[in-house]
Design a binder for this molecule. Structure first.
Ligand SMILES: Nc1ncnc2c1ncn2[C@@H]1O[C@H](COP(=O)(O)OP(=O)(O)OP(=O)(O)O)[C@@H](O)[C@H]1O
Length: 293
């Protein structure tokens, strides 16, 4: 069942800015990465989903409810992390979390306390004295604390250091295991690669790719760097692969799904060293962009 459904969603801000005929859906229990560079249209799409703006054309639905017409109902079902959070600067983190809990008519703050501990943040500090990363943690606590079935996160790891980024990845995995449906926008490829089932890519307001992440991972190219014991062997081996390159006794080769054949070929040579690198999601992404052009 599609929990989030966007169909031909259009908001034209003029000058080719905005989003145009955006369509994609997120099934129950799925984690989808919404990937695009700055200004691509991620936030505009997400703001439609939260019912903050009305579409010029098309529609955005969550749990079969129109996001704009049923905005308050939709918002009760969604844990939302905005791209830019409007804080009450004079409150402490704790006061702000409690204030938001009251707005959401929440009584039980157990999960908020667990998240505070997990994200290692001192919530007694006044928000105006907090760093960007600390504020982001407060935003995450507020998005997750309600324990609702859907999470929509706009650039969730902004300002987080690498250790906290890893903790965030773990948190998403936990929420996924609990059956949550998650849509998160990002321009960080690794974050999407490590957490999502599917990736939807947006460019200049248009969807350019919608792919299963496992399919991308399986189909992506592997880059090999193979060092032979002597130049003659390297030359011989290079002759087998027309697209390969060679520097002295090292051959550089990019292959897709031909591991078995490669190992069989290599068994005939004396190999000194071999290094393998997967094509990153960023490289896959850039390929999509290039093909689109
Ligand atoms: N209210 C508005 N009026 C006019 N133009 C707008 C408005 N909101 C957004 N835009 C423009 O629409 C485009 C898409 O913006 P959006 O914020 O959705 O991008 P984004 O993918 O979230 O980018 P970022 O990663 O930088 O947050 C941008 O060019 C932006 O300048």
């Amino acid at each position: 069942m599609a929990v989030i459904e966007i169909e031909n969603l259009t908001k034209d801000y003029g000058n080719k800015k905005g989003i145009f005929d955006v369509s994609f859906s997120v099934k129950e229990g799925e984690v989808v990465g919404f990937l695009g560079s700055n200004g691509a249209g991620k936030t505009t799409t997400i703001r439609h989903l939260m019912g903050f703006i009305s579409p010029q054309k098309g529609r955005a639905q969550i749990l079969n409810m129109d996001c704009f017409r049923n905005a308050s109902c939709v918002q009760m079902k969604v844990g939302y992390l905005p791209g830019e959070i409007a804080f009450m600067d004079n409150m402490s983190g704790k006061e702000f979390i409690e204030f938001m809990a009251k707005m959401k008519k929440m009584k039980d703050l157990t999960y908020a306390r667990e998240l505070t501990e997990y994200l290692e943040i001192d919530t007694q500090v006044k928000i105006k004295k907090m760093s960007k990363g600390m504020k982001q943690k407060i935003g995450l606590i507020i998005a997750f604390m309600q324990n609702v079935p859907i999470l929509i996160l706009d650039e969730p790891t902004t300002g987080l250091d690498p250790i906290m980024q890893n903790k965030f990845v773990e948190l998403i995995k936990r929420e996924k295991d609990a059956g949550k449906t998650i849509l998160m926008s990002s321009h960080i490829f690794e974050e999407v690669e490590n957490t999502c089932d599917r990736v939807v890519m947006i460019k200049d307001g248009k969807i350019v790719a919608d792919e299963d992440i496992h399919k991308i991972k399986n189909n992506r190219v592997k880059h090999y760097e193979i060092t032979f014991s002597d130049i003659k062997s390297a030359e011989n081996f290079q002759g087998l692969y027309s697209d390969s390159q060679r520097r002295e006794n090292t051959v550089f080769l990019s292959l897709k799904n031909q591991v078995d054949e490669l190992i069989k070929q290599l068994s005939r040579y004396e190999v000194q060293d071999i290094a393998v690198r997967n094509q990153t999601l960023e490289e896959v992404f850039l390929r999509y962009y290039k093909e689109e052009k």
